[in-house]
Design a protein around this ligand. Structure first.
Ligand SMILES: [Zn+2]
Length: 287
């Protein structure tokens, strides 16, 4: 009788497990998870926009990563992809032209990758994007229940009429979300200095980067679109002409380079192909 009950409990447990993976417990130390949110194919004109040549760049494609910071006191989602999960699920792998020079392909949903490590979008405490361009915001609506961390200028940019650089249907639900206006150089997300959102405007009015102080990995800057291809940084090329504010971008790059030197943080260029290929992907993580 007792073994029958145990068998039944195991069977029920297996069934439940198949439906919903166990909810993740808060980690003891802060973790960083990297997800595959797609790939952008960039035309030659698109590459040259960054004041680099296709030869200098080598691999012209760009990865689209998404990130989850799991901290003992909560979670932060950082950048949320280029095609909404619902579209990816419908099409079983979806295509989307971000603009005439960038074509996106996405084969995996963000929510399936979150579920595999025990998180649902509804569980997330904070959401932030490096900036509001289409390839960083596709799944924002899923995180409307989180507290949104954004500079006021970026929020205004998002709902500016006829703004072709954003896709309002990606983030319509955030209009009613609880939000914290980030109006200083730095914002300490969990209050212990381990996750800092740092202003780096220019690419967009409120472009920002994320600095994580990971116990084993050390200090990492997830740099949004401060750069796209490594030769822009290596050869100190000027920012693209279509930045929201080219001068402000150049000033942010200079300031961030000083900061990287002073803090010995390593920079992760989100769209850098070779670096992304080497990153541990979820369910693995950095800590
Ligand atoms: Zn981008």
């Amino acid at each position: 009788m007792r073994s029958a009950v145990v068998c039944l409990m195991l069977a029920v447990g297996t069934l439940l497990g198949a439906q919903a993976p166990p909810k993740a417990a808060p980690p003891k130390a802060m973790r960083l998870y990297v997800f595959d949110c797609g790939v952008l194919a960039i035309t030659n004109i698109g590459v040259e926009r960054y004041h680099v040549t296709t030869t200098e760049v080598g691999e012209t494609r760009m990865p689209v990563p998404c990130f989850l910071v799991a901290h003992p006191k909560g979670t932060l989602m950082w950048d949320v992809g280029v095609i909404p999960d619902d579209d990816v699920e419908k099409a079983g792998g979806a295509h989307y032209d971000v603009n005439p020079t960038a074509a996106a392909v996405v084969t995996r949903t963000l929510r399936s990758q979150l579920a595999a490590i025990g998180y649902r979008p509804a569980d997330i405490t904070y959401v932030a994007v490096s900036h509001a361009h289409k390839d960083h915001t596709a799944n924002l609506n899923q995180f409307a229940g989180a507290t949104w961390l954004t500079p006021r200028a970026e929020r205004e940019f998002m709902w500016k009429p006829n703004n072709e650089r954003v896709e309002p249907r990606f983030f319509s639900a955030l209009e009613k979300s609880k939000w914290v206006p980030l109006d200083k150089d730095e914002y300490d997300v969990f209050g212990d200095g381990q996750a800092i959102i740092k202003a780096a405007p220019g690419h967009t009015p409120g472009h920002q980067v994320l600095v994580l102080n990971l116990a084993s990995t050390g200090r990492v800057m997830v740099a949004g679109d401060l750069y796209h291809y490594p030769p822009e940084r290596e050869f100190r090329r000027p920012p693209p002409d279509n930045e929201f504010n080219v001068q402000q971008s150049a000033a942010s790059r200079a300031r961030i380079e000083e900061y990287l030197k002073a803090t010995k943080a390593s920079i992760w260029i989100e769209h850098e192909w070779a670096a992304n290929a080497k990153l541990k992907k979820a369910p693995q993580y950095y800590e």
